[in-house]
Design a binder for this molecule. Sequence first.
Ligand code: NAD
Ligand code: DAU
Length: 353
Amino acid sequence: MIFVTGGGGFIGANFVLDWIAETSEPVVNLDKLTYAGNLENLAALDGDARHIFVRGDICDRSTVDRLLQTHRPRAMVHFAAESHVDRSIHGPGEFMRTNVEGTFTLLEAARAYWSGLTGAERDGFRFLHVSTDEVYGSLGPSDPPFAETNPYEPNSPYSASKAASDHLVRAWHHTYGLPVLTTNCSNNYGPYQFPEKLIPLVIANALAGKPLPIYGDGMNVRDWLYVADHCAAIRAVLARGRCGETYNIGGWNEMPNLTIVRTICALLDELQPGANGPYEQLITYVTDRPGHDRRYAIDARKIESELGWRPAETFETGIRKTVRWYLDHQDWVTHVQSGAYRDWVNKNYGGRE
Ligand code: NAD
Ligand code: DAU
């Protein structure tokens, strides 16, 4: 059995679904179900004894201790976080609590649990921390992509909180010998992504005939990875990664935001043409995100050479699957666009010209 945190969110839910399909190994899934967590993502596992869902907070040490003692997992895979950069700008407090204090709480609980293990159980135990490429800061146009050796230069409250959590994980390995692994991944896209992030937001707005907000000049670059490829990479790191190491995960797929948005518009024009002409007409330039990182790119050669992982999807195949998924799951989008979501849209986009 493995212990997953944040398995009700976008990547966590994809991971749990793929994990059970690929390995059949049971999962205990601890998730607070914030606005970003949604049990509907895991509906395919209803009644499946291999998935034990527990609603709770990773900052609650007694809950984490109880779950470790009851289920005695061989590994922990830590996804739970506040994950949206714009929200971290409007309200950084929750990011410090969940991302920093929550990771600290899990590390201390893991250390106590692991210290009580012996023999093969102790040798085999792993704590895998899921992190982001944003900890490395922003690249210039001709800089080489981020390698695992790049210095940390986080620029947003979100990336600073993730950087802090990465440092805690590193320290728990060096000081206490906790068998940790850290992954730093680029931008994910795919099914079940909350429509506050660029790709699902653009799909949802286009279908609703609303503006497609482009921050700044639209030339900020991200390296996009289909979520199932990220899940496969995490499985590879958990199975064969070296303790104490970090692994960068990316799609070898750098693209400016404007290209992403235009690609989505073209796919929607093909799959569900709008009544009022091409969706591109909805593109609207708005005030930039404060401190907006210009470019991220990942050098994913280490995970490829050590663990044999490479992404299976190209952006063309992955984005087509993603647009198709959102078209086929409009009820899911409607459900997550609750009153609280509408408040967020007013807060984030209301003040932008
Ligand atoms: P998400 O926001 O979709 O999901 C986060 C999940 O964590 C939700 O289910 C939420 O309910 C849960 N959660 C939040 N606070 C919690 C708490 N205190 N206790 C328990 N559960 C809590 O996030 P995501 O996009 O799926 O990202 C998952 C992880 O991957 C994060 O650690 C993120 O930093 C990292 N990551 C994300 C991306 C990306 O592109 N989305 C890329 C690289 C790394
Ligand atoms: O790089 C990995 C990170 O990718 C993860 O660690 C984060 O959890 C995840 O949210 C994501 O961060 P970004 O800030 O890159 O993702 P987001 O989808 O918010 O924005 C992608 C790009 O699109 C970014 O340059 C900002 C821009 N953008 C975003 C939104 C929501 C817009 O132009 N308009 C928008 O409305």
